[in-house]
Write a protein that binds this ligand. Structure first.
Ligand SMILES: *[C@@H]1O[C@H](CO)[C@@H](O)[C@H](O)[C@H]1NC(C)=O
Length: 496
């Protein structure tokens, strides 16, 4: 019987639990366990009985028609059982169909996407944003998460985001079957950036990570998966078409280049994943001198291996399809054919050729004649998490910035004060000016008044003088009138 998601009519009910019990996700291994129930036993007995009868008939026929080939008769018996593969507990898989090809999305090849999680709450939303954007048909991708040694809300948040993703209105959004596997591996070292990347902690950390990956994969890999994609949740930027882009190369194991952006004061960008490399003579010679259990970890001064790293070969303008054969691979983003794992290649949790985890995986795949390739000019970007040194430096810079701001503020204050003073004198001057103007005005008015008064006075004096001058004429007129009256002999009356 075909797995459920191969039934086209029901393409999206792909094994994701639709039950009302939303708190638990069934982990699929349990789903395919044969039932040791009495009906099953009975059916098995019936099958045996039927086979016996077919055999008996076959032998009988052989004796009746000795010319007929017993083989054809027997195969007839098998075909008849093959035709009625009706038993619910029997699954039939043809693994020749799931080898993995360059254009898997056209052939409906299923991918198992594995993501190991540890205290990943802060990155989950970003990871789900990537899941939204993948262009590879979502219903062909099954998701498998391993939640281990987490003290934050990784698991509840993961369930929440998965519910939302699978309930998305857009029929293109929901993914295939989802498995969440919870298991602690007793990671003792702190997961903060410094202890994670410190040299001393590397070997044991890598071995535990290897165990986690193996558990996750062995629990989630199904016979119908053609590909396995390993992806870290702290990838910040990656092409939406990354699955198709990597798949097109049709390699057994393939990784992109992984860099990370940096703040400007640190130079803008930097190679991140130094675990993808090509083997060197120096490293092989070094490996020979090391203890059997020793694990070489790349990217540390303690082991000068002089290996060509995929990361350092990046040319931003280089051909993104250019391939480079590598021996060790980094785990940020690995696309591998499922057959690699089915062949027994895994993530060694011990020293394999002086390497462990993903680097050991690359070496083991190489050892088993699989192709292992890196793309130096096809780059994805890991999240920038400042190291303790960076944080210290940033704190110093922050202090400097504050000091500069204080200084700036003080300068501003000084300028303001001076300006204020200037404005004060200005206003005083303004006042003085009006004062003076007023004074001048007053003076002017006074002067005008005096002038006016003076003029008035002169006019009056002039008028008085004129009056005085005309007075004798009046007397003379009066006298003349008197004289005339006297001459006319008229009694001179007093005018009163
Ligand atoms: C996914 O696509 C959207 C829309 O193009 C974009 O805003 C978002 O940043 C993308 N997410 C990631 C993680 O690249």
């Amino acid at each position: 019987m075909l797995p459920r998601h191969h039934a086209k009519a029901d393409a999206y009910s792909n094994g994701y639990p639709r039950s009302k019990d939303k708190t638990t996700y069934s982990i699929s291994p349990h789903r395919f366990q044969p039932r040791a129930s009495p009906p099953a036993l009975r059916r098995r007995r019936q099958l045996l009985f039927r086979l016996c009868i077919i055999l008996a008939i076959g032998l009988f026929a052989f004796f009746i028609w000795p010319g007929a080939s017993i083989l054809s008769i027997l195969s007839l018996g098998f075909i008849s059982t093959g035709e009625d593969f009706q038993l619910e507990t029997v699954r039939y898989y043809d693994l020749s169909n799931v080898q993995g090809t360059a254009r898997g999305w056209e052939r409906e090849e299923r991918i198992l996407l594995c993501a190991p999680l540890r205290d990943a709450e802060s990155h989950l939303r970003m990871f789900f944003s990537h899941l939204h954007n993948f262009t590879y048909p979502h219903h062909l991708i099954d998701l498998a998460f391993l939640v281990s040694d987490s003290k934050d809300r990784t698991l509840p948040l993961l369930s929440e985001l998965l519910e939302a993703l699978q309930a998305d209105e857009d029929p293109k959004m929901p993914y295939g079957e989802i498995s969440i596997i919870e298991k602690d591996f007793g990671q003792k070292v702190n997961q903060d950036v410094e202890s994670r990347h410190g040299f001393a902690a590397q070997a044991s950390r890598r071995k535990l990570m290897a165990q986690a990956r193996n558990w996750l994969l062995s629990a989630a890999l199904r016979p119908y998966h053609s590909w396995v994609y390993w992806r870290d949740v702290d990838v910040e930027t990656a092409p939406f078409t990354i699955l198709e882009d990597l798949m097109r190369h049709n390699k057994d194991v393939i990784v992109p280049n992984v860099w990370r952006p940096l703040p400007d004061w640190l130079g803008g960008e930097q190679p991140y994943d130094l675990n993808s490399w090509q083997e060197s003579e120096t490293a092989l010679a070094l490996a020979d001198t090391l203890d059997e259990d020793a694990v070489i970890v790349e990217g540390y001064a303690e082991y000068a291996t002089w290996r060509p790293h995929l990361a350092y070969l990046r040319d931003p303008y280089g051909d993104p399809d250019m391939e480079m054969d590598i021996d060790g691979v980094g785990g940020v983003s690995i696309l591998a054919k499922a057959k690699v794992f089915r062949s027994g290649v895994h993530f060694p949790a011990f020293s394999f050729q002086k390497h462990a985890e993903t680097e050991g995986f690359g070496k083991m795949a190489k050892r088993m004649q699989f192709s292992v390739v890196g793309l130096p000019h096809y780059t994805i970007w890991h999240l920038y998490e400042p190291s303790v040194d960076d944080i210290r430096h940033m704190e110093e810079m922050e202090e400097e910035r504050k000091a500069r701001e204080r200084e700036e503020q003080e300068k501003l204050d000084r300028v303001k004060k001076i300006k204020d003073q200037f404005v004060d004198t200005g206003s005083q001057w303004e006042k003085d000016k009006t004062g003076i103007q007023n004074e001048a005005m007053k003076e002017k008015k006074e002067k005008e008044k005096k002038e006016k008064e003076k003029k008035e006075k002169e006019r009056k004096e002039a008028a008085a003088a004129a009056a005085a001058a005309s007075a004798p004429d009046e007397e003379a007129r009066k006298a003349k009138t008197l004289e005339a009256a006297r001459e006319a002999g008229k009694p001179q009356g007093n005018p009163q």
